[in-house]
Design a protein around this ligand. Structure first.
Ligand code: FES
Length: 442
């Protein structure tokens, strides 16, 4: 089977995906080292931090980490695991702390990753404990891109800007359209759901095809005066090296189709005119980007001012972290109604929340059922079709809006990484699928 060569594809033409990539517990364990430990992973937005000691808890793959703002404005990423017996040293989602004190025996760590104090140290250890050697593991590379904080465990990986590559052209439309910058408009919405993380990541990378079937009733209910879903011939999918991809529509002032109040519509029009001066018209007023994924697990909804991360929690489960990101120049009226007449916090919870991803859960159930596992999945949409020439300024490979070019790019990158074992991964014999045992059973 092709997976034995570390490939997601079940055929040499790369149009079929083997279903086991969504459910196999051994592949999942390998993914943590081969994919997640070798990629830049998005952790937080800089607007979530204001002063030294501010922290935000999240994950890198399955590893819990704490992102901590330092005195010099940089960030440290600490593994949230005590060096004594492995207990989590921070149980809060975010806050400000002078130290992270383990609740088991009381070892305390500073936000810079040093071991601050050990209870009854003379009686317990004499002078035999080197504090410099017993801080928590820290991510060796932490870099930011226009407010986005990323980290990696890989010391050999290219710099973040190189990793993002041509995807920066598209990403800037979400994170850098405003001369005043952008900020997280709400807290982080977190929830658990059934499903393999790749089903969500690949859908955001390139699946515009589902919208008319899956979302139309919700679009009508939320915005009855909206003008509906755009004809497919007006759109595109764009894939760039590294497994990143996105899709959108041409010449589509979406704010005129969302049922906004006139004041919000006016602000949107003026805002995107300013963004066009900053970034050029091709990616601002001449097109609207809708969805995208930055490999491996950061996804974007450009027209909803929204980003989210799919944290793997076993082959059958994931935890979703979701943010609204708004331009700092947005007035209160826009902050209250960024899309579909919903206030920004409700936007996250209602329009883009857990209920909207039921499709992924239902889809995932079918990957696990025994009779289905032998039937590969069709990822051939757009194969053999010539490039879409309607967007000559767009970097990467551009295809029609109904295309699976980005999903194929995603799995091509996944396959490249999965083909090379990680030095720290357990052998197959040592992999008892503990994560799978903990995962939700469908
Ligand atoms: S496990 Fe943290 S102090 Fe013992």
């Amino acid at each position: 089977m092709s997976l034995q060569r570390g490939r997601a594809f079940a055929d040499d033409a790369e149009t079929l995906i083997d279903r086991s990539v969504f459910s196999d517990p051994v592949l999942y364990r390998q993914e943590m080292g081969r994919v997640f430990a070798r990629s830049w992973l998005f952790l937080a937005h800089e607007s979530q931090f204001h002063k030294p000691g501010d922290f935000h808890s999240t994950c890198m793959g399955t590893d819990p980490v704490i992102v901590v703002r330092q005195k010099d404005g940089s960030y440290k990423v600490l593994l949230n695991s005590c060096r004594h017996r492995g207990m989590r040293v921070c149980r809060y989602d975010s806050g400000n702390a002078k130290a992270f004190t383990c609740s088991y025996h009381g070892w305390a760590y500073a936000g810079d990753g040093s071991l601050l104090s050990v209870p009854d140290e003379p009686a317990a250890y004499g002078d035999g404990l080197d504090h410099n050697a017993w801080g928590p593991a820290t991510a060796p590379r932490v870099e930011t891109y226009k407010g986005l904080v990323f980290a990696t465990w890989d010391t050999e990986i290219p710099p973040l800007v190189a990793y993002l590559g041509d995807f920066r052209y598209y990403l800037d439309v979400l994170v850098d359209p405003d001369e005043q910058g952008c900020s997280v408009a709400t807290g982080v919405h977190r929830w658990r759901m059934r499903g393999n993380w790749k089903l969500a990541a690949e859908q955001f990378a390139g699946d515009m095809y589902h919208a008319a079937s899956t979302h139309l009733s919700v679009f009508i209910a939320e915005a009855p005066h909206a003008k509906g879903i755009r004809p497919p011939e007006l759109g595109f999918q764009a894939g760039v090296d590294g497994g990143h991809g996105l899709g959108g529509y041409a010449a589509y002032p979406y704010w005129q189709s969302q049922g906004f109040s006139p004041g919000v519509e006016d602000w949107m029009g003026a805002f995107w005119e300013r963004a066009a001066q900053r970034l050029g018209r091709a990616r601002t007023t001449d097109a609207v980007f809708i969805h995208g994924t930055c490999f491996p697990n950061l996804s974007l909804l450009f027209n909803r001012w929204h980003l989210r991360v799919w944290h793997p929690k076993g082959p059958d489960s994931m935890e979703v972290h979701s943010w609204s990101l708004l331009p700092n120049s947005a007035p209160p009226a826009v902050r209250r109604a960024p899309a579909a007449r919903l206030p920004a916090p409700l936007q996250c919870v209602r329009h883009l929340g857990a209920g909207r991803l039921r499709t992924v859960e239902l889809q995932h159930q079918q990957q696990r059922r025994l009779p289905h596992r032998q039937a590969a999945l069709h990822y051939g949409m757009g194969v053999g079709r010539g490039p879409n020439k309607d967007f000559p300024e767009f970097p990467g490979t551009v295809d029609a809006v109904y295309s699976e070019i980005n999903q194929r790019g995603f799995y091509r990158r996944w396959s490249e990484l999965m083909a090379v074992p990680h030095p720290a991964e357990p052998t197959t014999a040592e992999t008892p699928a503990t994560e799978s045992a903990k995962a939700v059973t469908v």
